[in-house]
Design a binder for this molecule. Structure first.
Ligand SMILES: Nc1ncnc2c1ncn2[C@@H]1O[C@H](COP(=O)(O)OS(=O)(=O)O)[C@@H](OP(=O)(O)O)[C@H]1O
Ligand SMILES: Nc1ncnc2c1ncn2[C@@H]1O[C@H](COP(=O)(O)OP(=O)(O)O)[C@@H](O)[C@H]1O
Length: 295
């Protein structure tokens, strides 16, 4: 019992609640374990910076092996903020003296509500490769299945949040960085976020991948030859680029770096195999197989 540890109050334990304890009592506990509290419930806790942080209440106990590595435990139960030093003032970029504001309702709670897991599906490829079309088909399929998703399309975000950015390498990098951060927030909200943008540089895409827990960034490469994209030329941009009227156009006089190790490749093929619906279904199957369509 840790009655004394929480000041003798019969507090109802909930994930995120922090109990201050006497240092002697605290040092007698293992880093990770299960304790009983005055109202009789069992609570999984993690010892952190001189406190006990409650992680999950009774019922979860059956599915948790308390001997598992603390890092794994953090990933599962720290509501998606594992590893961040949230208790102290810190400096992040130009922001000084800031402190992470915590809340007892976290990612895991939102995912349960939505009956799905938040993640980012990052669709990359040349202009005209079919990114937006696949994003839209995927969104329709997920919506029909009662799954909450949201598309962040490069073209659309450049109408607002990123209207101050052009197409120089550093502008593209900033465009991708911002969309990566927004996508991360959507995933934290429990939403399946579909980011659809050329994102020509591997380094920029990898930086977005690094923002998310392992597995939650699903990179989808539209493997469509330049000649096919150029023949489609639905916006007439390739024609303008070839005529020298648009400078620095991806694939013409600006680079595109193909992914080396992406999760899904959507190949251009002749016939039915290349339809946007078949491509979107492939992504849905991946999500299903990896458990993203359930909480
Ligand atoms: N120079 C140049 N290079 C490539 N694309 C250009 C350029 N200028 C304008 N456009 C239009 O902008 C859309 C790409 O925006 P993105 O935000 O996806 O680009 S990036 O990820 O920052 O590279 C792209 O949309 P998509 O055709 O949907 O890819 C084009 O319509
Ligand atoms: N799988 C496909 N097969 C044939 N045409 C396609 C396919 N996907 C998209 N298209 C067509 O190609 C053009 C460019 O598609 P779009 O989704 O706008 O590409 P992006 O967003 O990569 O620029 C559109 O006219 C679209 O109808």
């Amino acid at each position: 019992m840790i009655a004394a540890a929480i000041g003798g109050k019969a507090t109802t334990p909930r994930p995120g609640l922090v109990a201050s304890t006497g240092s002697e009592f605290l040092s007698s506990l293992p880093k990770l374990g299960i304790v009983s509290v005055p109202n009789g419930a069992s609570v999984i806790y993690l010892k952190s910076r001189g406190n006990l942080r409650f992680q999950a209440v009774e019922g979860w106990r059956k599915t948790v092996n308390v001997n598992e590595k603390v890092d794994d435990f953090d990933d599962k139960f720290d509501n998606g903020h594992a590893g961040q030093n949230r208790s102290q003032l810190s400096t992040v970029g130009k922001s000084t003296n800031i402190k992470w504001q915590d809340c007892s309702v976290g990612k895991i709670d939102r995912q349960r509500l939505l009956k799905q897991k938040g993640c980012v599906i990052w669709i990359t490829g040349l202009s005209g490769s079919g990114k937006s079309t696949v994003a839209c088909a995927l969104s329709q399929f997920l919506h029909q299945r009662g799954k909450m998703c949201y598309i962040l399309d490069g073209d659309n975000v450049r109408h607002g949040l990123n209207r101050d950015l052009g197409f120089k390498a550093e502008d593209r990098a900033e465009n991708i960085r911002r969309i990566g951060e927004v996508a991360k927030l959507f995933a934290d909200a429990g939403v399946i976020c579909i980011a659809s943008l050329i994102s020509p540089y591997r380094r920029d895409r990898d930086a977005c991948r690094a923002l998310l827990p392992d597995g939650d960034f699903i990179e989808v490469f539209m493997d469509v030859p330049l000649q096919v994209c150029e023949a489609r030329d639905s916006k007439g941009l390739y024609k303008l680029a070839r005529a020298g009227k648009i400078k620095g156009f991806t694939g013409i006089d600006d680079p595109y770096e193909q992914p080396l190790n992406c999760e899904i490749v959507l190949e251009h093929k002749g016939g039915d195999g290349a339809s946007p619906c078949v491509m979107a279904e492939k992504v849905v199957s991946y999500l299903e197989e990896k458990g993203y369509l359930e909480a």
